[in-house]
Write a protein that binds this ligand. Sequence first.
Ligand code: NHF
Length: 471
Amino acid sequence: MEIIHVSAECYPVAKAGGLGDVVGALPKYQSQLGHFAKVVMPMYRTRFLLDNEWDVVHKGRTNLGDWWFDYTVIKEKTNKLGFDLYLVDVFGLLDREKIYGYPDDTERFTAFQICVVDWISAWGHQPDVIHVHDHHSALIPFMIKHCYKYQLLNQIPTVLTIHNAQYQGWMSWDKSYYLPPWDPWKWGALDWNNSINPLASGIRCAWKVSTVSWSYLEELKHSANGLEALFEYEKGKCSGILNGIDQSIWDPSTDHYIRERYNWNTEAEGRRKNKSVLCERFGLDPQKPLMVFIGRLVGEKGADLLPMAISDSFYYIGRKMCFLILGSGFPEIEGQLNALKRLSQHDYNVFIGYDETLSHQMYAGADFILMPSRVEPCGLNQMYAMRYGTIPVVRRTGGLKDTVVDIGVPEGYGILFNWASVGDVSHAIWRAMALYNDKKRLHAIREKMMGLDFSWESSVMQYLELYQIVK
Ligand code: NHF
């Protein structure tokens, strides 16, 4: 099958979160099974662009409303990522350093999607599936179905994967003229609560919709940032497919980012050495258990609970555990986490920013990873952590619930808690402390987690089945 993935992110080209990891991995595994998987994304000005060689494969001219512009599609020459990678360049719009966060993001991603469909319509043949990811590419199913210009494409099956339904790409109706002329009777396929809602439109118009875990799909029916009724209504075409992790990148026995590589046999020694490097760098006591948080410092990830939960834990369990945070996000949360450093007695530190290398070192050197997420569509960090033998302490939600089993049951290997509250997080930290003191059990759990299979193999098959259904 020829599958074209359309996305705003793809690791290692440009990544802001888990979406990038998934789009960097799924097509690779599809290609390994003999399919022609391609990724097309905007040509941001990132390091990857400069470090690699490219062929120009298409030059076109199109418009965003009354603004006409030229665009170029380039292709990476060497198939470096294990699939064909295409970048779309629109001068003045997509040629930025960051992926998101500009006041004209609506214009940027709408123009990107128009270029992609325009380019596909110039191919001379049709792909078997167009697979779009999140709201940045979710207008494509509508465009293919209802824009006159793309009529010839309207039999191409489309699949929308929702990695995060919190962000929907809302735009006001005065921007509807950005889209190439479309059948005005179909305005309802764009509208949700009196504005154009690209994610809602994708859910309506895509042939199939998937979410990145089963539990997340269930949760969306009652908590979807306004789209609950739509998920309930369209449930017949929705399914949950759990993300995998790229086990060739996330492997403690081959990971080049970490000081000491290890497998389940050498885990204890490996962790000890990696931990001592981390602790030295961040002024932490290596004799104590180390709990880390890695991710965006936003309410969605429960990061606002961290300052209180950590200081409460110092009070309840005493200064017996170290905490290390890596992430960036809301300035207030960053400020509170920074302020907490003053109280540290070699047991707390925070690194504001994102650092891929440091994240690997944290998975390899920590004892526990904390994820108090309010919303977690799938969550990859807990799976990375488990692969490194680091125990997840996570809220019972979305993909966390689908991948972690509480130690309360005999086969369990993680710690789950119910509410995104300071009390629940502190209690979970207390349970982690108790587990840490039970060295025999701790070792058995680590060994078990490192043997769990979170690879892409089974998820890839489920996506292929989904494509078969739509074809
Ligand atoms: O794993 C990739 C990721 C998810 O839970 C994660 C999220 C964003 O919030 O599918 O997308």
